[in-house]
Write a protein that binds this ligand. Structure first.
Ligand SMILES: Cc1cc2nc3c(=O)[nH]c(=O)nc-3n(C[C@H](O)[C@H](O)[C@H](O)COP(=O)(O)OP(=O)(O)OC[C@H]3O[C@@H](n4cnc5c(N)ncnc54)[C@H](O)[C@@H]3O)c2cc1C
Length: 265
């Protein structure tokens, strides 16, 4: 169906993530062997120690934790921004191998994302946007047909060129793996009110999911202003209290103070 909605599934995460971080950090400071260290770590609550590590910015242990998210109902405009984050791995649905011909969908248009500001203008404007997408579908179908019939191009070769007609609104699917350190950086940039609305909605949901598994490390995650000063200079949104309140709520809803997250997925 056209007009898709954002959906995010946390596919995989490192088990006992904060224990692993504690283990990696203790190794740096301890003369003990690995087995003794492991025993000590599991016997004692490591919450304070992990909190301290993050506070003093000893971040390499945090890189041992990985999260893999599956995301759909997102625009190409959004994934173009996501993949600018280099310390990550991505697998994205190909517009080359996956064609967008009108017969693919029941309403005859490729899937697309409708911007919230368009939606706010009401049904008539939404329908105008849908008709514009239908028009683009026509251009796309035209080129797939012409390429197949007039230049003997086959299979993905036709999609490869016809996709030049597709808009930034076209829906896509992506699997993202990031370590927790990169996620903290990603949340700082993309949960900020200055970030584009779609990537911001995505980042907030990713943060909510990551926090369920890793409450200590993500307890201070979010835009810069949540834990300090706004880093946007003259471009500041000026809504620091509102933003702090929002992230406080997000955290309070999720923090479970549990150092031992579930082991099965
Ligand atoms: C509000 C907003 C507006 C933006 N507008 C634009 C725009 O108009 N045009 C545009 O092109 N981009 C724009 N960007 C994208 C931005 O410039 C970054 O490319 C993107 O946010 C990825 O962030 P990053 O480079 O810090 O981090 P990542 O790629 O996630 O890397 C994480 C960190 O690793 C380090 N790192 C990674 N690679 C290198 C490297 N090669 N050299 C040195 N250090 C490295 C850096 O410390 C970096 O912060 C915008 C981003 C935001 C949040």
């Amino acid at each position: 169906m056209a007009g898709k909605k954002l959906k995010i599934i946390l596919l995989r995460w490192t088990v006992e993530p904060e224990l692993l971080v504690a283990m990696a950090a203790k190794l740096c400071y301890s003369p003990a062997n690995i087995e003794d260290l492991l025993k000590k770590i599991t016997e004692k609550d490591q919450e304070k120690f992990v909190e301290q590590l993050v506070q003093m910015n000893h971040m390499s242990p945090v890189e041992h934790i990985g999260f893999t998210f599956a995301i759909e109902g997102i625009s190409r405009a959004c994934t173009h921004q996501i993949v600018r984050h280099r310390v990550a791995s991505y697998s994205q649905q190909s517009q080359r191998y996956v064609g967008e011909q009108s017969e693919k969908n029941e309403d005859g248009i490729f899937d697309f994302i409708i911007p919230e500001n368009f939606k706010a203008l009401g049904e008539i404007k939404i329908n105008i946007f849908k008709e514009q997408m239908r028009c683009i579908q026509g251009f796309y179908d035209y080129w797939v047909k012409v390429l197949k019939e007039e230049s003997n191009v086959v299979g993905e070769k036709a999609f490869e060129d016809a996709r030049f007609l597709l808009p930034n609104a076209a829906e896509t699917k992506i699997i993202i793996t990031m370590n927790a350190r990169e996620l903290l950086h990603f949340f700082k940039e993309r949960c900020c009110l200055r970030a584009q609305w779609e990537i911001r909605a995505m980042a907030e949901e990713m943060l909510r999911l990551a926090m369920e598994k890793c409450p200590i490390i993500f307890s201070k995650a979010g835009p810069a202003c949540v834990n300090g000063l706004c880093n946007q200079g003259k471009m500041t949104c000026g809504k620091i209290q509102e933003v702090r309140g929002k992230f406080k709520n997000l955290k309070e809803k999720n923090i479970c103070n549990n150092m031992m997250p579930e082991k099965t997925e």
